[in-house]
Ligand binder design. Structure first.
Ligand code: SIN
Length: 494
């Protein structure tokens, strides 16, 4: 048994924001991550962080845009907490050394993205915001942190509604039992459940599946956001083309240069993502290619160095001003039900970042509110933990005797998810995919469909697939229950 005060699973913006504040205040923290420390969706984020800091803006306007994009089913108190605390927390981050892009007088530059009524997105290194934010947060860590890479969390250690740590396994195949007073899930979302995604390869719904097996309440799982513009190379997505490109004048067009968002929404190319994704997808289903026309974007290479690199490394000639795009899975609005302070229904277990569902995003997340959520709610969680002390319960782990049966491949799960639980869902087909998932449940399951399994008899890769099946099944069940379209959940009668 490895004893530690606080264990954080994940190394994205939520994880590192909590870790940074805790270690600065003398708390010992173990951060465990499945890949290398910089491999996360946060590092890949391009657009930036939305925050009401410009002189024409205030947090009430940010609130309005957040709930409008979320189709008004957001948790209004959580949204108010997010947007009102944001300016101060971001200023503190800047004072601590983070450099966002500024003009020649040192004033912050603000970009525009979908569903924002004004420019409020701060960015760094042009479109390298996520990576630079993560590098700064890593710099903020000190000797109180133990950072363990390439170790996969297999299950949470929960008994009688109290969490006492996590079980992990690394490349050395040794199973580690961590006993901690506080356990924080910060594992990110579920993007790799889909064949086309902006998400890092490590993002396979592990946190959601572990939380489910541990008895956590889950919420809003049916809401999966598709980003309208990923680079499309022969039907495969090869990276994100930031919405900020459209904010700077990019326009979605057909191969004959006809703008596709005319007449579709008053905000045209900067309509909420679910709206734009469905329009692009509709063309895609008809076999028509869609392009992002960047002829009106000034200073493209300097403003978008990541996008430039992604395009050129995939053979796109940017002098032609046309980038082929298609939608891909981007963000999960649902997750482990949590307060803005990370509290879940399990004692001593907290959730932060994309794995958590605080209700701030409602049915559809407003652009650049996800890095914001990670940093703001990460800070609030750290404050909460600094005010209180928690004690774990010691117990010996009982190993389940349930053995995994036959498993599908990752690709099979991804294709099924896209066909059945993708951008457009067909009422009659959802039950079909639920049956397909059920086929892979372990045969001697105890009480839950995807129950705890004997981790000693399954490899990390098999557990990853099992987590994908569990997360996919849960999303499908949630989609079946919501029979009316709203936001990112678009359902048709057939
Ligand atoms: C983007 O740069 O388009 C992504 C930003 C976000 O998902 O908030």
């Amino acid at each position: 048994m490895i004893k530690t005060d606080i264990v954080i699973i994940g190394s994205g913006i939520g994880a590192l924001s909590v870790a940074g504040k805790l270690c600065k205040n003398g708390r010992k923290v173990t951060v465990i991550t499945k890949g290398q420390r910089k491999l996360s969706n946060s590092s890949l984020a391009q657009g930036g962080i939305s925050v009401a800091l410009s002189k024409n803006d205030n947090y009430k306007l940010h609130y309005e845009d957040t709930i409008e994009a979320g189709c008004y089913i957001n948790d209004k108190d959580a949204v108010m907490t997010l947007v009102s605390k944001a300016p101060e927390i971001i200023k503190e981050f800047i004072d601590g050394g983070m450099k966002f892009d500024t003009d020649s007088q040192g004033h912050l530059l603000f970009g525009k993205e979908g569903a924002h009524h004004l420019a409020r997105i701060i960015h760094a290194g042009g479109d390298r915001t996520g990576l630079l934010v993560i590098e700064q947060l890593l710099k903020n860590l000190n000797e109180n942190i133990t950072l363990i890479e390439n170790q996969m969390a297999l299950d949470l250690r929960v008994k009688n509604g109290i969490c006492s740590g996590v079980i992990t396994r690394g490349d050395d195949k040794i199973i580690n039992y961590y006993e901690s007073n506080v356990t924080i899930l910060a594992t990110g979302g579920i993007g790799q459940l889909y064949p086309c995604t902006s998400n890092d390869i490590t993002i396979t719904g592990d946190g959601l599946a572990m939380a489910y097996r541990a008895g956590c309440e889950l919420e809003n799982l049916e809401f999966v956001q598709f980003h309208p513009t990923m680079l499309n190379i022969k039907g495969k997505t090869m990276g994100l083309i930031s919405e900020a490109v459209r904010g700077d004048g990019g326009i979605l067009v057909t191969k004959d240069h006809k703008p596709i968002m005319e007449g579709k929404h008053p905000m045209k190319d900067l309509a909420p993502r679910d709206v734009v994704s469905r329009v692009v997808y509709d063309y895609f289903l008809r076999g028509d290619d869609i392009y992002l026309d960047i002829s009106n974007v000034k200073n493209f290479r300097n403003r978008f160095p990541s996008v430039t690199e992604i395009c050129e490394s995939n053979g796109i000639d940017l002098s032609k001003n046309l980038i082929p795009v298609r939608p891909g899975a981007h963000f999960h609005m649902g997750g482990v039900k949590a307060t803005p302070y990370g509290e879940t229904n399990i004692k001593n277990l907290f959730a932060v970042g994309e794995v958590a569902c605080t209700g701030v995003h409602g049915a559809n997340r407003l652009a650049s509110n996800s890095l914001l959520e990670g940093i703001v709610f990460g800070n609030l969680l750290a404050d909460k933990l600094l005010e209180s002390s928690m004690k774990s319960e010691h117990f010996e782990d009982a190993i389940s005797n349930i053995i995994l049966g036959e498993l599908p491949s990752k690709n099979e799960i991804q294709d099924k998810m896209m066909d059945f639980i993708g951008i457009v869902r067909h009422k009659n087909k959802i039950a079909e995919i639920i049956d397909w998932f059920k086929h892979y449940m372990p045969k001697d399951k105890q009480s839950m469909p995807f129950d705890k399994i004997d981790i000693t008899k399954a490899s990390n890769k098999e557990i990853e697939i099992y987590n994908m099946l569990t997360a996919g099944y849960l999303i499908a069940e949630a989609a079946l229950k919501r029979d009316k379209s709203i936001g990112a959940h678009y359902i048709t009668e057939d």
